[in-house]
Design a protein around this ligand. Structure first.
Ligand code: UDP
Length: 327
């Protein structure tokens, strides 16, 4: 079993992946500056509150802990915010990654799993999206991930750094045992917002119902965060076994419209979702669905929790717990 450094392990996907790594028998340390993550998501014994740009501290930690590989989540993730503050996104997501890669080079670590996104494809010309489709990001956020993927390509060539980029579709749901869940602040994602609309009675706005889809609302590929965590384990173990650098979509291959998600939330919770139809959100593609065959065939990944019902049940259980705690 290996010693893994997880950056951004106090965040949503990072904390679920840390849990999955520990359950798999790996040893984990988390580096997180807690600017967006939550300390309560990580065992304090494992948490190092270090900024990625503190190269000396990172190199010391990597050497002292004899880290075998890195899984890199730490980044900002809000598309809208990235259009208002592009410098912030390039400095944190690209600059932070580059600093981490420099520290890895100095510490002699040659394996990395990188948290990428379907936003690297922008508004794709066809769906389902395969990994060989061109980079065409339409936001600074998406481009910040493209830039890091490109850097990783060069480091594979000139530094023998083997990396796997995982391009996530719509991460959602919560740990099926209720230990962790989604707690973004502010929350922008559809499923937690629908659950909050039920609780508060304040209607959620559906961003457009005039798209070229069967019911007019956007279609997305929703992937349970625990299945996403499992994809990281598959990628990591492939690299540790000497596998090559590569990039994989992480989605289910099935899309649901916003209205279909609303119906499913109503069925699972037994409550009405208050909503109204509003204008389109700039930058939204009508349909974003993965072709996720490559991850299954090359790395043997098998999603277990990504049917919409399980996604919503786990998210709802966590949401009720979160609000009971007053968080
Ligand atoms: N969406 C919506 N209202 C909201 C938030 C999201 O209609 O308040 C829609 C959004 O337009 C998209 C889908 O829900 O079609 C998923 O959006 P989310 O922000 O969760 O993820 P994204 O697809 O942007 O990664």
């Amino acid at each position: 079993m290996a010693k893994i450094l997880v950056t951004g392990g106090a965040g949503y996907i990072g904390s679920h992946t840390t849990l999955a790594l520990l359950e798999r028998g790996h040893d984990v340390i988390v580096v997180d500056n807690l600017s967006r993550g939550h300390a309560h998501n990580v065992d304090p014994k494992r948490l190092w509150r270090i900024h990625l740009t503190d190269t000396d501290a990172l190199v010391r930690l990597m050497r002292a802990e004899e880290v075998d590989a890195v899984i890199h989540f730490a980044a900002y993730i809000a598309v809208g915010e990235s259009t208002r503050e592009p410098e912030l996104y390039f400095s944190n997501n690209v600059g932070g990654s580059l600093a981490l890669l420099t520290a890895m080079q100095q510490a002699g670590i040659k394996r990395l799993v990188f948290s990428s996104t379907a936003a690297v494809y922008g508004m794709p010309e066809r769906v389902p999206i395969t990994e060989d489709m061109p980079f065409a990001p339409v936001s600074p956020y998406g481009d910040s991930k493209v830039m890091v993927e490109r850097i990783l390509g060069w480091l594979d060539q000139y530094r023998d750094l083997r990396s796997i980029s995982l391009r996530y579709f719509n991460a959602c749901g919560a740990d099926p045992q209720g230990r962790l869940g989604e707690e973004h602040n502010p929350e922008t994602h559809l499923i937690p917002l629908l659950l909050r609309a039920i609780e508060t009675g304040v209607p959620i706005t559906v961003f457009g119902d005039d798209y070229d889809t069967p019911d007019g609302t956007c279609i997305r590929d929703y992937i349970h965060v625990s299945d996403l965590a499992e994809a990281h384990i598959c990628a990591l173990e492939s690299l540790l076994n000497g596998g090559p650098s590569d990039a994989f979509n992480v989605g289910t291959g099935t899309g649901y419209s916003v209205l279909e998600v609303i119906r499913a939330v109503e069925e699972v919770t037994g409550r009405k979702v208050p909503y109204e139809i509003g204008p389109r959100r700039p930058g939204d593609a009508a349909v974003l669905v993965a072709n996720a065959d490559k991850l299954r065939t090359v790395l043997g990944w098998r999603p277990q929790y990504s049917d919409l019902r399980t996604i919503i049940e786990t998210a709802w259980a966590f949401e009720k717990k979160r609000t009971a705690k007053g968080q």
